[in-house]
Design a protein around this ligand. Structure first.
Ligand code: NAP
Ligand code: GLV
Length: 310
């Protein structure tokens, strides 16, 4: 079997080629950029492929996303129809997201940005906040990552709620389903965490209308995809005080351009898409395992399901 690998950074391509080759002896793993015979390629392993990349390979059996999201694959307007897409998920990815969400929810909960400002001014400014059970945190998206994040928040003692497309039962989490329960979900969220996939239904969901339905002074954490957020609506909601603070890990354009107003905004924390990057070593093992399973059986557990909004 032949696998073509693409990531935007060439040095990362070389690393993934080496790691996959070690784990798939007998297979041919090569950088997509140097594939000589496109008809030989059976699998593509990609992060942010370029438009038309997949259409070059007439015998493609499946596309592997080096990550949980598949929006970067679907963004290709020339993507051949009907090719299965395999996500890369797993315990490492989930654990990292649990850590990121817990860190930033606790930061907002304890008002650390204000506390750090006081330190800078040598001001003994004691901030007393409600205990976690009196703070409601809402998680949008209850898939692999959202469900794990919600359960972590619940274990920390937060009053935790979650929102998904289909009904869910999660211990310690009040669950809400679909558009009919969206307002009820939002109405109590002091801190809102976005872990939805980017689809035509969810693009721009973090907008002025949503911010207005949160309690005044709520905080927002976007660790899913940049286009979920309407940037100008967030800036206006921060200006008005409707939103107190935001943590943003993902952006319309990455890297975030140096002149973007988010960088210097006093109420925004910017992190460079690091909430939960796939661990390269375990990721290579997961991808090799998924490729072998898919090649032998025609399916695997991490296949992105058609009909889940993708
Ligand atoms: P997932 O397993 O596919 O779960 C997605 C969840 O969103 C599901 O609960 C789904 O509901 C819900 N959902 C989808 N469309 C919806 C809609 N229109 N209305 C309400 N709920 C909807 O995804 P995941 O593995 O948890 O990952 C989520 C996203 O996180 C990825 O797509 C990616 O964009 C992002 N991510 C970011 C990072 C980072 O480092 N910042 C790392 C990894 C992933 P149902 O369960 O009812 O289908
Ligand atoms: C990272 O953003 C991922 O989708 O895994």
């Amino acid at each position: 079997m032949t696998v073509a690998v693409h990531l935007p950074l060439a040095e990362k391509v070389d690393w993934w080629v080496k790691m996959l080759q070690e784990r798939l002896p007998g297979w041919t793993i090569e950088p997509m950029a140097t594939v000589a015979n496109p008809e030989d390629v059976h699998y593509a392993v990609v992060w942010r492929p370029r438009t038309g990349d997949m259409a070059r390979f007439p015998n493609l059996k499946a596309i592997v996303s080096i990550g949980a999201g598949i929006d970067h694959v679907l963004a290709d307007e020339q993507l051949p129809r009907g090719i299965p897409i395999i996500r890369t998920v797993g315990a490492d990815l989930t654990q990292r997201m649990r850590e990121y969400v817990a860190l930033h929810v606790l930061r907002h909960h304890r008002d650390m940005p204000r506390q750090l400002r006081a330190q800078a001014e040598r001001d003994w400014h004691a901030i007393v906040v409600p205990v976690a059970p009196n703070r409601t945190v809402g998680v949008m998206g209850l898939g692999n990552l959202g469900a794990a994040a919600a359960q972590t928040l619940s274990a920390l003692g937060f009053s935790t709620r979650g929102w998904s497309k289909s009904p869910k039962t999660l211990s310690g989490v009040d669950t809400f389903t679909g558009t009919s329960e969206f307002d009820a979900f939002l109405s109590g969220c002091d801190i809102l965490v976005n872990l939805l996939p980017l689809t035509s239904e969810t693009e721009g969901i973090l907008n002025a209308g949503l911010f207005a339905r949160l309690p005044t002074g709520a905080c927002v954490i976007n660790c899913a995809r940049g286009p979920h957020l309407v940037d100008d609506d967030l800036l206006a909601a921060l200006e008005s005080g409707q939103i107190k603070q935001a943590t943003l890990d993902v952006f319309h354009q990455e890297p975030l351009p140096a002149d973007h107003p988010f960088w210097g905004h006093p109420a925004i924390t910017v992190t460079p898409h690091v909430a939960s990057q796939i661990d390269p070593l375990t990721g290579a093992g997961l991808i090799a395992g998924n490729l072998k399973t898919f090649d032998e059986t025609g399916t695997c557990a991490d296949l992105a399901e058609a009909g889940r909004g993708y």
